[in-house]
Design a protein around this ligand. Structure first.
Ligand code: LUZ
Ligand code: MOS
Length: 733
């Protein structure tokens, strides 16, 4: 049986828009607010309604159930009513006989909106006390201890940083198709990471029981978090129209629609202060994060929490106070993106350490290395680190890739060259694995062995190119003791496995893999109770003769995780993933351009379920992280308009922004006791190696022009695009 990769490269894989078209298929297009903030006075649908191909136009008043899609907080209508809160907020759904006609008619709609002043900056929203949820603070040590630690500090550095958002740029845009079944039931083919979320919201909007709605996902053409929560409205639009018109309806966004109407990685701003002793050991850290949440909650509260949990990265910080504000602005709600707020939190402490190293006249790698966490240390959220291999991965990277030699070579090169400067940065990472919402850490599976010995595995995991189905097949074959080619994966469906969490949080293989492992173990035990020694097919045949149940369903819930939000203290993560990288760059200081010469990584993947897939995740995550911090420049106008809403104005990372050389080594590891078969989650952590590219470029730039001469802040704003770098190198002269 061919693997997904083989089907992809032959163009045989089916995505939503490739599914066979049911007869009578209609197509949707969404009309959205042209104004970032205002009072909706009227919608003129007349001209659109007269379009010959239009079957119906839906607005808020056509919703049979609740006009509400908010996942964490019910603050987001499916169709705006009364007010509009961001450009791209859906106001009407046009359904017509072709996608072109639906868009033509959509463009005839006019909205009369009384404009109100929009807020786009999170600090401004903070001043106005526009918050999504109450602000949160983590503390290690009390107020007096923090003040004392700062008082004792030999060096204190402080400053501000910002990181921009990031467009997901999944190859497959948001897409769904809803097909009415008999008796008012619906089947939705959704391009979502969270089939259950789609099922639940569609049921709420249509006033149907969840049991009347089946959501099926074969695979996604990429997601990166952009389809964790924000696939839901598009699937719900298709479901609403299909349900009301009793005809199948498909809704596929064009690239520019997708970029304009869907959320991205959260931009953050921050204030920070770091105190260190004589040797450079961290004594105290204070940071305030301003999350630009956009116009409604979406997943922002959970993302804020993960930013808090990663604000100390992999460093031991004895006294800390980290505060985070989720600021409501008039931009499209920002959403999950690989790392889920963690990278934004980590960038701040890395900025502080970079500044501290410059002030102390030592290398950043030195400061990093003397402050790494060890087992037994306690994080600002109260978790005692166990199996911590922060130091081991840092040291292995330094030895294996000759960090000291690389630093020497950089210094020598820079002493001899004026126009070209080299830079170097190490980037140790520590990422917590588990959904921070404890309830979500559960998964299910359903495994059938058929009479001919072939096996079908169903789970809640959604394949989006990350290779989770290949890992689940490996787990099933290993556990059942049969050939992996006998295992096929069923499309993910709410009918086979119910009440699932989205495939997210780097935990898709962990959680669903455990559920598959448990189901297969049950089957194996039933088989083991029969005669041994039979070849697989004969064994299955024999089991059937003996009336053995050859199907099994299982459920897994991560044990031992807990968190007390009132106390802001607990152990929210099943375990942590570690690793370390060395990034080398060359900057052309005349032009402001740069090349990432190499990234060398030692990554902790536990005992890999599929080493080639994990290597791909490390390389892909790295490239995506480099893109976020050096290339991708999300731009908004002051009145809340996304300026970079297509690929002419939004620079996507490509092969030229990728490192010339990437070396990935996996940390030799005792089996991780925490996840399935000794493995560890892999999806998100490698993205944060991309932070190393930012600081390597900064390192090179400082060799040309010391920060002290022009102000440090210039170089703590991401992305560090060639334009921004050029301004730093030659500005104010
Ligand atoms: N989604 C979520 C996530 O709902 N909770 C999380 O903690 C998380 N972490 C990473 C990525 N997605
Ligand atoms: Mo996510 S950022 O959907 O793991």
């Amino acid at each position: 049986m061919s693997l997904d990769a083989a089907r992809h490269t032959r163009g045989e894989s089916l995505f939503v828009d490739d599914l066979p078209q049911p007869s009578g298929l209609l197509h949707g297009a969404v009309f959205s607010s042209p104004v970032a903030h205002g009072r909706l006075l009227s919608l003129d649908l007349d001209a659109a309604q007269k379009h010959a191909a239009v079957r119906r136009i839906f607005t808020a008043k056509d919703v049979p159930g609740e006009n509400q899609i908010g996942a964490i907080i019910p603050d987001e209508p499916l169709f705006a009513e009364g007010h509009v809160h961001h450009i791209g907020q859906p106001l009407a759904l046009v359904v017509a006989t072709s996608p072109e006609a639906a868009r033509e008619a959509r463009d005839l709609i006019r909205a009369e909106i009384e404009e109100l002043e929009p807020v786009v900056c999170p600090r401004e929203a903070h001043r106005r006390e526009q918050f999504i949820v109450p602000s949160r603070s983590l503390r290690l040590g009390d107020e007096a201890q923090l003040a004392e630690a700062f008082a004792k500090s030999a060096t204190i550095v402080e400053g501000q940083t910002s990181t921009a958002g990031q467009e997901h740029l999944y190859l497959e845009t948001q897409a769904s198709m809803a097909v009415p079944l008999e008796g008012g039931r619906l089947r939705i083919y959704a391009g979502t990471q969270g089939p259950t979320a789609v099922q639940r919201v569609a049921a709420r909007v249509l006033a149907l029981p969840m049991s009347a709605i089946e959501v099926e996902v074969l695979r996604l053409g990429g997601a990166f978090g952009g389809k964790e929560d924000q696939a839901t409205p598009w699937a719900t639009f298709a479901a609403l129209a299909a349900h009301c018109l009793e005809q199948p309806v498909k809704l596929v966004l064009q690239r520019s629609e997708d970029m304009l109407m869907t959320g991205k990685r959260h931009p953050y701003q921050s204030d920070w202060r770091l105190g260190l002793d004589q040797e450079g050991k961290i004594l105290a850290y204070e940071a305030t994060l301003f999350q630009n949440a956009g116009a409604s909650a979406d997943l922002s509260p959970a993302i804020l929490e993960r930013s808090l949990f990663h604000a100390a990265n992999c460093y031991k910080i004895p006294n800390a106070r980290i505060t985070a504000h989720s600021c409501r602005t008039n931009l499209t709600p920002f959403t999950a993106f690989r790392g889920f707020g963690g990278p934004q939190g980590m960038f701040v402490i890395e900025s502080a350490l970079a500044r501290a190293a410059e002030v102390l006249g030592v290398t950043k790698e030195h400061l990093q290395s003397i402050n790494l966490l060890q087992s037994g240390d306690v994080t600002p959220y109260g978790q005692e680190m166990q199996g911590c291999v922060s130091r081991r991965s840092f040291e292995q990277t330094a030895q294996r890739f000759d960090l000291a030699g690389a630093r020497r070579a950089t210094v020598e090169f820079n002493a001899k060259n004026k126009r070209f400067k080299r830079g170097l940065a190490t980037m140790p990472i520590c990422f917590g694995i588990s959904f921070t919402n404890k309830m979500m850490n559960q998964a299910g599976s359903l495994v059938h062995i058929y009479l001919d010995g072939s096996v079908q595995v169903a789970s809640g995991a959604v394949e989006m190119g990350q290779g989770v189905t290949a890992k689940l097949r490996n787990i099933a074959a290993h556990t059942l003791g049969c050939d992996v080619n006998l295992i096929s994966m069923a499309a993910t469906s709410t009918t086979t496995v119910a009440n699932t969490s989205p495939t997210a949080a780097s935990a898709g293989a962990d959680l669903n893999g455990m559920a598959v492992r448990i189901a297969c173990t049950q089957l194996r035990e039933r088989l083991d109770a029969l005669e041994r020694g039979l070849p697989w097919k004969e064994l299955i045949n024999h089991a059937h003769q003996e009336r053995v149940h050859l199907s099994s369903a299982a459920h897994y819930a991560t044990p031992n995780i807990h968190y007390d939000k009132d106390a802001e203290w607990g152990a929210p993560f099943a375990y942590h993933v570690y690793g370390s990288s060395i990034t080398r760059v060359t900057v052309d200081c005349l032009l402001g351009t740069y090349k990432i010469d190499s990234v060398e990584i030692v990554h902790d993947a536990g005992k890999s379920l599929a080493p080639l897939i994990d290597r791909g995740q490390v390389e892909g995550g790295l490239a995506q992280g480099i893109g976020w911090l050096t290339v991708e420049d999300l731009a908004y106008s002051d009145d809340g308009r996304l300026l970079s809403h297509n690929l002419a104005t939004y620079k996507a990372p490509d092969i030229y922004s990728a490192p010339v050389k990437i070396e990935v080594e996996f940390l030799e590891h005792d089996e991780s006791p925490c996840a399935v078969l000794g493995s560890k989650g892999i999806g998100e952590p490698p993205l944060m190696y991309g932070i190393g590219a930012f600081f390597a470029i900064r390192d090179a730039a400082r060799a040309f022009r010391p920060v002290e001469r022009s102000g440090a802040e210039d170089l703590l704003c991401a992305p560090l695009t060639p334009e921004r770098l050029l301004m730093y190198l030659h500005g104010n002269r």
